[in-house]
Design a protein around this ligand. Structure first.
Ligand code: NAD
Length: 474
C-alpha cells in the first residue's frame, strides 16, 4: 500500500478556512464577489435560482462544490454520500464525506448571507431520497464510475438535470442508456470533461480543425501513471469504518471484502468499478483527440493492444498499470494512447505538429503556428464563456459548471452533451478491451458492436448485483 508517485495534484481544501478560500479564489478568477454578504443568496431572486443537490462528497467534490457555489444563481440544498465522514481519500489526512461537504456549504452560505446560523443544507445517505425532493432541479454526480449510469438515469427520470463526472459510464451499454434517458426525459446533461471549457484546448483543436497541421495522420494521447501502488497478492480485508455504508458503496458491483484502497479514490484502479487510467485520464486526453479531429458522435473503427501491462494476479488493483493501445479511425488516422509522465494530446500532420497538455501548455512545430489566428470564415468551436481567454484550472472548472447552469436555463445542450461524453468514453473503453483481451478487433460505431470479436460484444455490458438493475430506455 502507498503512494507511488506522491500526491501531485494540488490540494484543493480541507479545513473550513481552506474551503472558503477555495471558493473565494474561484470567485476572484471569474470576477464575482463570492463572499460579500448580500440581501438574499446572490443577485438572483430565490425563484430564479437553480437548486442543486450533490451526490458524492469525495476527492473531486472539493473542486466541484466551489465551482458551483461561486455562481450566484444557484443554491446547493443538499449533499449525499454513503460515507458520513472519514479518512482514506487521496491525501492521508483528508476528512471527507457528506458531513464535511455539508459543513462547507453551510459555512459558505453563512458567510455569504451574513447569517452565522445558516444550516439549510441537508444530508442524505441514499441518493433516492435526495432525488425525491421536488425542490431540487439539478444534481452533480461525483461518485465512482460504477454508479454513474444508475444515479444519472434515476435523476433524469425524477426530472432533474445532470452534471455528471467523466468518464461517462462504466460500459458502453450503460452510457448509451444514459444518452437515451437524456432525450427521453428531455433533460440537460453536461459531461464533466471540463477541458472542453479550456480556452487553450479549444484554440489547439481549432488549429487542427482548420488545417494548420496539413492532413493529420497520427494522434498521441498520454495518460498519467497510477498515483498509488496496489496492495499485492495476499492483501488482507479490513474492518469497515464506522459511518461508511460499504454495501451501498458496492451497489451494483460484485460482493467483495472491504479494503480502504478498494473504496476511496483508488477504486479507479480496479476493473469492477472503473477502467484504470485508460478511462480516467483517457477521458480527458482522448476527448481532446476527438474534439480536434471532429469525431464527436463516432469513434475509431479498429483497436489493438500495444504493449499494455497489468498488476500481478492476486493484487487488489486489476486495471492496466501501463496503458498502451492503438486505434484507427475510418479515414485512416491512427491514435496511440499510452502512459506517460504527464497527460497530454499530440497531433501530427503533413505540415506541422501540435502538443497540448491538460494544464493548457501548447507547443507547436513550427513554433509560430500556435499564434495563428482563426479567421472569421473558419471553423470556430463552441466557448463555454464567450470571450474568455485566461487558461486557469479554477476558471475552467467553474466555467464548465457555468455553461451547465446556462444550459439548464436555456434548455439547449451544453458544451459537452451526453453523446459527446459517450463517444469519448467508448473510445477509452474499447481501448481498454483491446488491452484486456490482448488482441486486435474492429468496431462498428453506428451499430455499437464489433463485427469480428464476440468477446468485445460480451464486454459492452456488465451484470449488476441485486437489487440494482439498469433501466433499459426505449
Ligand atoms: N473531471 C476531473 O478532472 C475529475 C478529477 C477527479 C475525479 N473525477 C471523477 O469524479 C468522480 C469521483 O471521483 P473521486 O476521486 O472524487 O472519488 P472518491 O472515492 O474520492 O469520492 C467518491 C465519493 O462518492 C461516494 N459514493 C460512492 N457511491 C455512492 C453512492 N451510491 N451514493 C452517494 N455517494 C457515493 C464515496 O463514498 C466517496 O465519498 C469519478 O467519476 C471521477 O472519475 C473527475
Amino acid at each position: 500500500m502507498g503512494s507511488l508517485n506522491g500526491p501531485k495534484q494540488h490540494r484543493v481544501s480541507v479545513t473550513r478556512r481552506d474551503f472558503l478560500k477555495a471558493v473565494g479564489a474561484v470567485a476572484g478568477a471569474i470576477g464575482v464577489p463570492a463572499l460579500v454578504p448580500s440581501r438574499v443568496l446572490g443577485a438572483d431572486a430565490p425563484s430564479n435560482r437553480i437548486h442543486v443537490g450533490l451526490i458524492g462528497c469525495g476527492h473531486q467534490s472539493q473542486r466541484i462544490v466551489p465551482s458551483f457555489l461561486v455562481h450566484d444563481d444557484m443554491q446547493m440544498l443538499a449533499v449525499c454520500d454513503v460515507n458520513r465522514r472519514g479518512i482514506g481519500y487521496y491525501y492521508p489526512d483528508q476528512v471527507l464525506g457528506r458531513e464535511t461537504a455539508r459543513q462547507w456549504v453551510n459555512e459558505h452560505y453563512a458567510e455569504k448571507t451574513g447569517n452565522p446560523q445558516y444550516q439549510a443544507c441537508d444530508t442524505y445517505n441514499d441518493f433516492r431520497e435526495l432525488l425525491g425532493r421536488a425542490d431540487i432541479d439539478a444534481v452533480a454526480i461525483v461518485v465512482p464510475d460504477h454508479w454513474h449510469a444508475l444515479i444519472a438515469i434515476a435523476a433524469m427520470k425524477a426530472g432533474k438535470d445532470v452534471y455528471c463526472e467523466k468518464p461517462l459510464a462504466l460500459t458502453i451499454h450503460q452510457g448509451r442508456q444514459m444518452a437515451k434517458a437524456v432525450r427521453k426525459y428531455n433533460r440537460i446533461f453536461q459531461t464533466g470533461g471540463q477541458f472542453r471549457s479550456s480556452p487553450n484546448v479549444r484554440h489547439a483543436c481549432e488549429l487542427v480543425r482548420n488545417g494548420r497541421l496539413g492532413e493529420v495522420k497520427t494522434v498521441y494521447t498520454w495518460v498519467d501513471p497510477n498515483s498509488f501502488e496496489s496492495p499485492g497478492p495476499g492483501w488482507q480485508p479490513m474492518p469497515v469504518p464506522e459511518g461508511f455504508d460499504y454495501d451501498f458503496w458496492l451497489g451494483p458491483a460484485p460482493e467483495a471484502p472491504y479494503h480502504v484502497e478498494r473504496c476511496f479514490h483508488r477504486w479507479r484502479y480496479i476493473l469492477d468499478y472503473s477502467n484504470g487510467q485508460t478511462t480516467n485520464f483517457g477521458a480527458h486526453t482522448n476527448d481532446i483527440a476527438q474534439w480536434g479531429l471532429g469525431m464527436d458522435g463516432t469513434t475509431p473503427v479498429e483497436f489493438e493492444d500495444n504493449g499494455s501491462e497489468f498488476p500481478p494476479a492476486g493484487s487488489l488493483f486489476t486495471a492496466a498499470t501501463k496503458t498502451a493501445f492503438r486505434a484507427r479511425y475510418a479515414g485512416g488516422i491512427e491514435l496511440f494512447c499510452e502512459t506517460r509522465k504527464s497527460s497530454a494530446a499530440k497531433f501530427e500532420g503533413t505540415e506541422g505538429r501540435l502538443e497540448i497538455t491538460l494544464g493548457g501548455s501548447l507547443k507547436t512545430f513550427p513554433e509560430n503556428l500556435k499564434d495563428s489566428v482563426i479567421g472569421p470564415d473558419e471553423i470556430h468551436l463552441p466557448h463555454s464563456i464567450p470571450g474568455r481567454t485566461e487558461n486557469v484550472r479554477k476558471l475552467i472548472d467553474a466555467d464548465h459548471v457555468r455553461n451547465f447552469l446556462d444550459a439548464v436555463k436555456s434548455r439547449k445542450d451544453p458544451i459537452e452533451p451526453v453523446e459527446t461524453g459517450l463517444s469519448t468514453a467508448s473510445l477509452c473503453l474499447l481501448g481498454n478491451m483491446a488491452q484486456i483481451l490482448k488482441r486486435r478487433f474492429t468496431w462498428d460505431p453506428a451499430a455499437e458492436r464489433s463485427p469480428d470479436c464476440d468477446e468485445v460484444n460480451g464486454m459492452l455490458t456488465r451484470p449488476m448485483r441485486e437489487p440494482w438493475k439498469l433501466e433499459e430506455i426505449a
